[in-house]
Write a protein that binds this ligand. Structure first.
Ligand SMILES: NC(=O)c1ccc[n+]([C@@H]2O[C@H](COP(=O)([O-])OP(=O)(O)OC[C@H]3O[C@@H](n4cnc5c(N)ncnc54)[C@H](OP(=O)(O)O)[C@@H]3O)[C@@H](O)[C@H]2O)c1
Length: 187
């Protein structure tokens, strides 16, 4: 399959692209800086600076991971806006790509796996959380809600949409708590 990945240069994306290439898929990566991230990705990846740049080679599947780093900076009001807007804008790029493919009579992807996070539920204390749990209305929830909503229009075009509310991703040799929580403050 031909798989387009936004955020393919990131912590999760790099590992995902490696595995997809190993499985024999063709990988298209959207990055804001294709030349700088070249050496982070397997040599077979086609890296371009927008989703629209792949219009001539329509992907069979979309995986949407890009967004301003959650742990990069303190969550000032300005940074919170960046966290939301970067994810919503990237997701909309994929919706626009599908609209253009449809308008051109080109094949649409069969599926889009779009990122979200356990933050959707907000702080639930020690409660066991399921998909039915009522979210706590705080910044993390509002971010995920807008990120998920930006992907919804793709379903109306007949593309299957899977939203993944990822928990904390771990990797051997990477200090997760230092990486993720050093500079993070809730709400
Ligand atoms: N890691 C976790 O534990 C975890 C948990 C739950 C949810 N998630 C979510 O899953 C997604 C992938 O996680 P990750 O840890 O791989 O993230 P990451 O390492 O921070 O990578 C995200 C990618 O997004 C792109 N990006 C960064 N800032 C951007 C901006 N302002 N506008 C547009 N693109 C931007 C970057 O790619 P370029 O520089 O190449 O453009 C970057 O490689 C993220 O959206 C994250 O919020 C992660």
């Amino acid at each position: 399959m031909r798989v387009l990945v936004t955020g393919g240069s990131g912590f999760v994306g790099q590992r995902l692209c490696e595995q997809l290439i190993e499985q024999g898929h063709d990988i298209q990566v959207v990055s804001r800086r294709p030349h700088q991230v070249r050496d982070r990705l397997p040599s077979g990846c086609d890296i371009r600076d927008s989703a629209q740049a792949f219009i001539e080679s329509p992907p069979d599947a979309l995986i949407n991971l890009a967004g301003e780093s959650i742990a990069g900076k303190r969550w000032s009001d300005e940074q919170k806006a960046k966290l939301i807007n970067s994810r919503v804008a990237t997701t909309k790029q994929l919706v626009v790509l599908c609209e253009q493919l449809q308008a051109n009579g080109q094949p649409l992807p069969k599926v889009m796996v779009s990122g979200s996070a356990m933050g959707y539920y907000g702080d639930q204390g020690k409660r066991v959380v399921t998909e039915e749990t009522k979210p706590n209305d705080e910044f993390a929830h509002r971010l995920c809600k807008q990120w998920e909503a930006a992907a919804q229009p793709i379903e109306a075009m007949g593309v299957r949409l899977a939203i993944v509310r990822t928990g904390l991703v771990l990797d051997a040799g990477v200090a997760a708590y230092r990486r993720c929580y050093r500079r993070l403050s809730w709400d």
